[in-house]
Write a protein that binds this ligand. Sequence first.
Ligand code: NAP
Length: 336
Amino acid sequence: MATTGTTPPAKMRALQYDSCGEGAAGLKHVEVPVPTAKKNEVLLKLQAATVNPVDWKIQKGDMRPLLPRRLPFIPVTDVAGEVVDVGPGVKDLTAGDQVVAMLNSLNGGGLAEYVVAPANMTVKRPSAVSAAEGAGIPIAAGSALKSLRSIGAKFDGTGKPLNVLITAASGGVGLYAVQLAKMANLHVTATCGAGNMDLVRSLGADEVMDYETPEGVSLQSPSGKKYDGVVHCTVGVSWSTFRPLLSSRGKVVDLTPNLSAILTSGLHKVTFAKKSVVPLFLRLNKADLEFLVGLLEEGKLKTVIDSRFPLSEASKAWQTSIDGHPTGKIVVEMEG
Ligand SMILES: NC(=O)c1ccc[n+]([C@@H]2O[C@H](COP(=O)([O-])OP(=O)(O)OC[C@H]3O[C@@H](n4cnc5c(N)ncnc54)[C@H](OP(=O)(O)O)[C@@H]3O)[C@@H](O)[C@H]2O)c1
């Protein structure tokens, strides 16, 4: 039997698309029934959501035939809100809890006033963390965390002082990656646009290169360091560029691997290559989400917000992400 807090209305506002390939213009404002929390789910009244590049890539059709699973589709997975109803089997969350959640990308649902979230990917949000800051976390900080761990970063003080390169350090993933890498005592070389170099430095990067200069294009560390790991958040850099920049067991974690990177990665795996490229396929768990939200609470991690849009203007948030130049996270707020 579900437990109920504030009674939700029968209908809610949402944005959905009913075909792929239409970009921001394809997002339609609709009124749809408020979903119901089933076993191991919670119903959230949303306060904020963030748009990630994967959201519009799914709409573009890049992940067909897997995603979108059905049309029409309410996109977005990274959200923060208040629990208003709890489905059977949920033990650690109750109505009234403020939370951050990562929705299943098969279901989406984040560009709406209410959504059903899996309880095992919903964590409590401390009062020191705003809804917008919390909603920035799941995909972006989660990818930064997983990439750094895969390179060998440790967050308990036991790690080696590795050298890492973070490309697109001013983006949603990159800004979290810089901060997390410094927390793990890594030496950080970063690339970003000229206008963001001071910001990236202020978050801890040791060396920052403008990606539009020859130095930035070369990706070589200005101090001559070889990289033990690369958190690669841009596209268009080949393995032959990375290879000579790596230390003897250096690893490139490619967040947007093309076919060539996937094939190269397969080859590295079967040949037990010392230097390697690995694609990131994000799989986050509740403990990771709790860890990251905890860092926000402690003030050790910061969500940099590029822009905020009300739900009524969420198509502008969508377009901002498609344009590809946000500095940090693009937030949609549900009031308004
Ligand atoms: N595999 C996975 O599970 C996974 C998970 C998360 C993200 N991703 C992918 O990772 C990529 C990054 O995600 P994101 O959320 O960080 O994207 P984002 O926030 O849209 O990144 C935008 C940033 O990238 C910078 N940038 C663009 N081209 C650059 C270049 N050549 N060199 C350096 N900086 C550059 C931009 O700087 P300017 O404004 O100065 O141009 C901007 O600040 C996306 O392709 C995303 O789909 C994959």
